[in-house]
Design a protein around this ligand. Structure first.
Ligand code: SF4
Length: 349
């Protein structure tokens, strides 16, 4: 698989007059100072130094992408957007980076904005959709509807940009059904990329106040993992690259209390992929048990999915050992298998 490095440039809350209940942009981006285009240049230079390879060809360094994250990029004035994009374009034209990526809101997309992004050779636009359920969007004070998403996606696709969609799990008013519906709608729009973020209750947000008033209950860890797993399967089956599942610890600052729900885990993606592995392996084990009772079996996955097959802290391994004591189970890799696929073979006589 080709290497892919992302140079993130966080533009905290700039350009965003909204007040989504879960958002404390300053906290989530771990920065309080305004980033200037000059800062962006320095950030890119620093990253490029760490990525440097002898011949600086794309072959040896892989794909390098500049990504403007953090706020709603296209909510900045066109002049401000252009000043950041000019920096990114400069690096792209010099062949030092390959792609320009930004994240924004669905209601901050129109033809003037897209014309400007095209002028600066932007490649990917990621929309913070969060949910396709209007009730959830309303309760989360998103300030846009699902209709805004369809409209933005249509325009973005008509201009030929690569599309990314971010969804959240466990927002106020959310349910397993609305999560599945959001994943299905996303699959139907065929973005190239998606991200899944379980809702985290941060300090100094309206969601935190709602939590304190008893109006919002964070999902349990198990519920967050199982909803995310259902959504993951729908997106993955649709061939969408799932770039991220869960926040990184560096996305969250604040000691002692910034994370007060059960939905943050540093290895959240592995929890979700491990759950999917367990669901897919168990029926295969049952099939073998149906025919034979005391057999050694070998479960295989490719090397990328090996740790998911075993589960986080070997939880799947422990589960299978206790649920199926009659089977002597061993685990191995088979790199001919695609990601997320497993074989269970009876190795007895
Ligand atoms: S639109 Fe984005 S940056 Fe603005 S308040 Fe909502 S989540 Fe935060």
């Amino acid at each position: 698989m080709k290497k892919h490095a992302i140079i993130p440039i966080f533009i905290p809350h700039r350009g965003c007059p909204n007040d989504c209940v879960f958002c404390n942009q300053r906290k989530i981006t771990a920065r309080t100072d305004d980033v200037t285009p000059e800062d962006a240049r320095q950030i890119i230079d620093t990253w490029l130094t760490t990525l440097r390879c002898p011949d600086n060809t794309q072959e040896s360094r892989g794909i390098v992408e500049i990504a403007f994250y953090g706020g709603s990029f296209t909510g900045l004035s066109i002049v401000e957007q252009s000043s950041f994009l000019a920096v990114a374009l400069d690096y792209k034209q010099k062949g030092l980076v390959d792609k320009i990526h930004l994240s924004t809101r669905p209601d901050y997309i129109d033809r003037d904005i897209l014309d400007n992004l095209r002028k600066y050779s932007v490649d990917t636009i990621e929309l913070g959709v969060q949910s396709f359920d209007d009730e959830v969007l309303k309760k989360s004070n998103r300030g846009h509807t699902a209709q805004d998403v369809y409209h933005a996606v249509k325009l973005i696709k008509a201009y030929g940009f690569e599309l990314g969609i971010q969804l959240m799990i466990g927002l106020p008013g959310d349910s397993l059904e609305s999560c599945i519906m959001s994943a299905r709608e996303t699959a139907g729009l065929r973005p190239a990329l998606a991200r899944l973020y379980p809702t985290i209750v941060l300090d100094d947000t309206e969601l935190y106040n709602m939590y304190r008033r008893g109006e919002y209950t964070p999902l349990s860890r198990e519920e967050a993992v199982s909803r995310s797993a259902e959504m993951y399967k729908i997106l993955d089956d649709a061939g969408i690259t799932i770039m991220r599942v869960g926040l990184k610890s560096t996305d969250i600052i604040g000691e002692g209390g910034a994370i007060n729900g059960g939905t943050y885990h540093p290895a959240f993606r592995q929890l979700v992929e491990g759950q999917i592995a367990k669901e897919r392996i168990e029926p295969l084990l049952l099939e073998i048990l149906h025919d034979q009772h005391h057999v050694p079996v070998t479960i295989s996955s490719n090397s990328r999915w090996f740790s998911n097959m075993i589960g986080h802290k070997a939880c799947n391994k422990a589960y299978f050992a206790s649920a199926y004591p009659a089977l002597r189970i061993s685990y191995k890799t088979d790199d001919k298998l695609p990601d997320g696929q497993f074989t269970v073979i009876s190795t007895g006589h």
